[in-house]
Design a binder for this molecule. Sequence first.
Ligand code: MN
Length: 199
Amino acid sequence: MKRSMLELNFAPDALTPRMSAQTLSFHLGKHLQTYLDNVNRMAEGTPYDEMTLKEIVMKADGALYNNAAQAWNHIIFFKQLSPQVVTMPRLLTQAIAARFGSVEAFREAFTHAAVSLFGSGWVWLALDAINQLQLLPMSNAGNPIREGMRPLMCIDVWEHAYYLDYQNRRADYVNNFWYLIDWDKVEHRRQSVDYTLYY
Ligand code: MN
């Protein structure tokens, strides 16, 4: 099974100046494409070839896991971006406030987690097995579904995600990224039980 490239529903320069067309083009066209190519190549001729990307993330180990998880993480990442600033829906605001105290307190915790994560990785907002919101810093290709959680939102803090635009200023990237998040999409994910609805 060939896993094809993600198509965005906005232009490469639509997120400027918070995320440049150059960053988006390299991130999508080089990094994500390479992860997908690697999965397609490594899965070919094995039982993994018939599996969805999510099934591979759940079952594979080693290099195939790393590439499949990175591909899946990036699809979740890119599909939650919006060229327009999206106001957080009321139900999501309430859920976040109930768990973290307030949206501002959540934003501070999310920002701190993203800035302080050592090396490469991701910070996730996810729902655990009892539908509690969790803030999860995860290194490298880390992914909440391997922990039995449902990912709602994430930030990629690998240097390739921000270095062209922000160089070493990860905090500036994180602060700008907040305004690129499609909170309607995040709420839709929170209300969905089927991962395939994500992309
Ligand atoms: Mn990335």
